[in-house]
Design a protein around this ligand. Structure first.
Ligand code: EPZ
Length: 422
């Protein structure tokens, strides 16, 4: 397994291009199953998760062509010949569950392996199943698979989510586009990736209102056409790289960054003493003074502070002046980066869903291990600010969600390289 070697850095200067959003692309790709006409995505990120979703769609008989070095995905599910999403693919990536709604809506049946848990939590899919049942689906759990049928097709219905779920909102939204009648999704997720999915579905002929609010209304249609859709910019990659000049000093411009995608995050950065300004090409970030101030953070569904930026923010706060309290309210086990940061000299106390971080003057480089996607990049950020060298192992986690990390950070002066496993 490869690892990343990063050396403590001085201030960073330059520009980092932000790619298309992994979590938008992973729900836009299954949307091809809703139509027998081609769906083409542009501005797609080049990531291992995208390749996994490509393999999953291909296993169902869909065609996915990766063009222009992976930035364009030309898809067609005209010849779907299999309705089973197998465990060996689903266990690698939980987003595989997002083929369930579209397959049910278009073909009236689907067999999808339950995803199983992952490092950050049990992550059940009960809200996905309940929502689809409200649209007339019949769910039967056998041998670790969901056997779903929609005798007579899906029909519009009322779905009232007990709490916000991004994936369940996406599955229900896609299924509702072809359900007979009107569907109302209440307590729907408001993430920009949901808005992007709604915009793509509308391009395909779906009738959707309210995306981005907590009530989404869908009028089902007979069929959906093909379309071409640009994947929205990745707000988590954006937030991650905004923290590079925050933790190292200097000034970096994030090309394609949009403040509306990271509102609550920018507010926290401002509170910590980081300036974020809009430029014609994106966002420019610079640290005021030579050390950030401690701030308290709690994660929430959008538009609150994103759970996917919690690990990265913790790395910054390990070097802040003062004591910060971070509360993780979305996942039950998302502090696995804390023990690795402590190997670098960070002072962190974790009690349940709360981490108390006492800032230190300087972290010390050390060999550390990535435990999940966002934790891996949190350790790289810490390594950029640490004294000496840090080696981050198990970087396959990183490849799931960040394209060309070494190239992008080198481009702003970071001393970082990838060490190929022998
Ligand atoms: C999406 O996961 C993202 N993944 C996650 O990003 C992100 O952290 C999460 O939303 C929250 O923003 C993709 O979009 C591919 P949820 P998802 O359903 O849809 C519980 C990353 O790093 N829950 O909003 O799975 C669940 O366990 C990844 O890119 C149920 O209990 O998240 C969690 O505690 C990590 N039952 C909470 O709800 C369900 O049926 C929110 O999960 C569904 C979810």
């Amino acid at each position: 397994m490869d690892s990343i070697l990063v050396s403590g850095n001085g201030p960073l200067h330059g520009r980092i291009p932000i790619a298309g959003a992994k979590n938008a692309c992973l729900t836009l790709m299954p949307a091809t199953l809703l139509s027998d006409e081609p769906l083409t995505l542009t501005n797609a990120p080049r990531l291992s998760d995208i390749r996994t979703m490509t393999d999953l769609l291909a296993s169902l008989g869909a065609e996915v062509q990766s063009l222009q070095d992976g930035k364009v995905l030309a898809m067609s599910s005209h010849d779907l010949n299999n309705h089973t999403a197998h465990y060996d693919i689903v266990r690698k990536m939980r987003a595989s569950i997002l083929v369930l709604g579209p397959m049910l809506a278009r073909h009236g049946r689907a067999v999808v392996s339950l995803p199983g848990g992952c490092a950050i939590g049990a992550r059940p899919v009960d809200l996905h199943l309940r929502a689809l049942e409200a649209l007339g689906a019949v769910m039967d759990l056998k041998d670790g698979y969901v056997h779903a049928t929609a005798p007579g097709g899906l029909r519009g219905g009322a779905v009232d989510f007990p709490f916000v779920s991004v994936g369940a909102t996406e599955n229900a939204l896609m299924a509702a586009t072809l359900a007979r009648g009107t569907t109302v999704l209440k307590n729907a997720a408001r993430e920009p990736e949901i808005v992007d999915l709604a915009r793509c579905l509308r391009r395909m002929g779906a009738q959707i209102e309210g995306e981005g609010t907590n009530v989404i209304t869908v009028q089902g249609v007979e069929r959906l056409a093909g379309a071409t859709h640009p994947v929205v910019s990745d707000r988590i990659e954006l937030g991650t790289y905004m923290l590079a000049p925050a933790i190292c000093g200097g000034e970096v411009e994030l090309l394609g960054g949009r403040k509306d995608l990271v509102g609550a995050f920018c507010d926290k950065l401002d509170e910590a003493g980081i300036d974020v300004s809009e430029t014609p090409d994106g966002l420019k970030v610079a640290r005021r003074g030579d050390r950030v101030r401690a701030v308290n953070v709690h994660t929430e569904p959008f538009p609150g502070f994103p759970t996917d930026l919690q690990a990265q923010m913790m790395a910054l706060l390990c070097t802040a002046q003062g004591v910060s309290v971070l509360e993780e309210r979305i996942f039950e086990n998302r502090f696995m980066h804390a023990p690795e940061l402590m190997r670098m000299g960070a002072q962190i106390e974790v009690h349940g869903g709360t981490a108390t971080v006492t800032g230190v003057d300087r972290l010390k480089g050390a060999p550390v291990m990535a435990t999940d996607l966002r934790a891996s990049v949190s350790l790289i950020l810490a390594g950029l600010a640490a004294e000496g060298e840090t080696v981050v192992s198990r970087v396959y986690h990183l490849d799931r969600g960040y394209e060309h990390v070494v190239r992008k950070l080198r481009g702003v002066g970071a001393r970082i390289e990838r060490i190929r496993a022998r």
